[in-house]
Ligand binder design. Structure first.
Ligand SMILES: [Zn+2]
Length: 425
């Protein structure tokens, strides 16, 4: 039975290529969020005639949603003949900006040997296409199955997922009576299982000063020098403390097993007007702003992470004359980890062994993806990221997806459907 499914998927090679190309050719750039409705309707035209009940859902009022750039999502469901569990494949349909350095047309979806090139090829339209082919092959091979298959294509993963998975989770789309297993086909590699991701805290710190003439800085108070003191404190005290913390989660690459902090930006003094060619005016800056991106290990608590930074700033307030600051939270991402004995983990592990004969590696993501919303809002722990593609190609010029990798991972996904949805597995 299993071999029949594998050869059915292999026979769909041309269909898989055309499907992937069709998805890449719809330029769903985010920001601002272009062609979201187009890609959802295109997928509805594919899945509707194959028996899927398709819902197009606009995340009205979500961040970024407007009549010009509405945040559209597609959820397609096909119920079997008998009750059973539901396996849900969730892919984001948005892609990041093109950037520089391409040697190919980013939306032509050229096939060259085993590779399809284009923005979003690996992250993650190739994974979406693989999951669709897996589901369609399964349905042809096993029309009499129990339970349900869901395929979603969701908005805005690249900008936090609030107009996508978070919106759907808040409306019960991942409720336990509806979905039991979730696979997110992000490009983690066809023989690796991603059990979760680190968390994050983004904040803006502003130091205050007093404006004065730049020839008499002693009459003012330089906010940038105060920010220099903040950075110096981070260098002396915070960075060594973070480097000393190591997670037990299998985060890849190794460096990300430590707690990390990035200083995303520092802005102080008068703003740089584009197009202005004159000299700057001499002023002591009265404000300096810094955006920090602190990544949180599963063993850390969000409140402690904030308190650690605020504690250092408060110490400076005590010790440094005229030091004052404000801090504003920008974003909170909770770490998420699926237990290693979860059904979705063990089923995908077994399927990888059957399809590729390899012992799958367990990894966790240094950044984050939509698992956080399925976990925290949807209260569904049985969720992983598994899909084709080379992670390092994501967001890069000349991004591509391998056709053979898509077929292999589609076989794994199809085998998981057999294990969960066929009564005798
Ligand atoms: Zn992605």
């Amino acid at each position: 039975m299993t071999d029949a499914l594998f050869s059915r998927i292999a026979d769909k090679r041309d269909d898989l290529i055309a499907l992937t190309q069709g998805l890449i050719r719809i330029p769903t750039l985010n920001p601002p969020g272009q062609h979201y409705r187009d890609i959802c309707e295109w997928l509805e035209q594919r899945l509707g005639p194959r028996g899927f009940d398709c819902q197009l859902i606009r995340a009205t009022g979500a961040p970024g949603d407007s009549d010009r750039y509405p945040r559209w999502n597609l959820v397609a469901r096909r119920d079997g003949q008998r009750p059973g569990e539901c396996v849900h494949f969730n892919s984001h349909h948005d892609i990041v900006e093109i950037g520089h350095g391409w040697t190919r047309d980013p939306f032509a979806a050229d096939l060259d040997g085993d590779r399809i090139y284009g923005r979003g090829a690996c992250d993650m339209k190739g994974g979406l296409a693989a999951s669709i082919i897996a589901a369609e092959a399964f349905l042809e091979e096993h029309p009499d199955y129990a339970g349900a298959i869901e395929i979603s294509a969701t908005a805005d993963e690249e900008s936090g997922g609030y107009g996508g998975v978070a919106y759907l989770a808040e409306r019960g789309f991942f409720a336990p009576d509806r979905v039991q297993h979730v696979i997110i086909p992000e490009p983690l590699g066809k023989d690796r299982i991603c059990v979760g991701h680190r968390g994050g805290w983004w904040a803006e710190i502003e130091t205050k000063g007093e404006i004065a003439h730049g020839s008499m800085p002693f009459l003012g108070d330089c906010a940038i020098r105060h920010m220099g003191a903040v950075i110096d404190t981070f260098e002396q005290r915070l960075f060594p403390a973070l480097a000393a913390r190591v997670t037990d989660m299998p985060v890849t690459p190794e460096g990300a097993r430590h707690a990390t902090l990035n200083i995303n930006s520092v802005h102080g003094g008068e703003s740089e007007e584009t197009g202005y060619t004159g000299l700057p005016a001499p002023c002591v800056p009265d404000s300096c702003r810094m955006v920090i991106d602190r990544r949180i290990l599963i063993e850390e608590r969000y409140d402690d992470v904030r308190a650690e930074v605020i504690g250092l700033l408060d110490e400076l307030k005590q010790s440094r004359p005229n030091f004052d600051y404000e801090i504003r939270d920008l974003n909170r991402i909770d770490p998420s980890q699926t237990p290693m004995d979860s059904p979705v983990v063990t089923n995908v592990h077994a399927a990888i062994a059957e399809v590729m004969g390899t012992d799958a590696a367990y990894i966790a993501s240094p950044g984050s993806y939509d698992q956080k919303h399925i976990d925290r809002i949807g209260k569904l722990k049985n969720c992983i990221a598994y899909g084709p593609g080379v992670l390092e190609l994501a967001h890069k010029p000349d991004e591509w997806i391998g056709v053979t990798d898509m077929i292999d991972s589609a076989c794994v996904m199809g085998r998981v459907l057999e294990r969960v949805l066929l009564p005798s597995g």
